[in-house]
Design a protein around this ligand. Structure first.
Ligand code: MG
Length: 159
């Protein structure tokens, strides 16, 4: 087994969708980004790439590359899963935390879990998604940004 860890942060701005794990959350602001900005999927992608020795999201999907302008992060996650599968790795379990001041994500957690589970070909009970706030502190607390953390257990080739 190998452990992967991922982190990401995006600014929240008007006129963009708030996407978490491929699910759109109703919100007056959404993630700024070169892709669709799905902060949770970006953290998950980094957590998958690291333990497979495949670098990070920026090296695989460079911001500024027209191929990835506005691209769905679900597609990036599917491509990442194929990349790690090419090295014999597969995800066993996923544990994530989204740090967002508002709205509360709890009502959307089942949908987010199902979406991530489908992308990674694991059962939804092996995907955990938790919501936290920053208690009003720093840029996340001021509703100017959203953060995500992900820890993933990967099965090594031949295991
Ligand atoms: Mg990102």
């Amino acid at each position: 087994m190998r452990v992967g860890f991922g982190y990401d942060i995006h600014r929240l701005v008007p006129g963009r969708k708030l996407l978490l794990g491929g699910i759109e959350i109703p919100s007056p602001v959404g993630e700024e980004g070169f892709s669709d900005g799905d902060v949770l999927i970006h953290a998950v992608i980094d957590a998958l790439l690291g333990p497979a020795d495949l670098g990070d999201i920026g090296s695989s999907f460079p911001p500024g590359d027209p191929e990835f302008a506005g691209i769905s992060s679900v597609l990036l996650l599917q491509r990442t899963k194929a990349m790690i599968a090419g090295r014999g790795f597969s995800a066993v379990s996923v544990d994530c935390t989204v740090v967002l001041e508002a709205p509360k994500i709890l009502p959307y957690v089942p949908g987010i879990k199902a979406s991530l589970a489908a992308c990674l070909c694991v059962d939804a009970d092996r995907v955990s998604v938790k919501g936290k706030t920053k208690e009003g502190l720093d840029a996340v607390g001021a509703r100017e940004a959203v953060e995500a953390y992900a820890v993933i257990l990967l099965k090594e080739p031949g295991e």
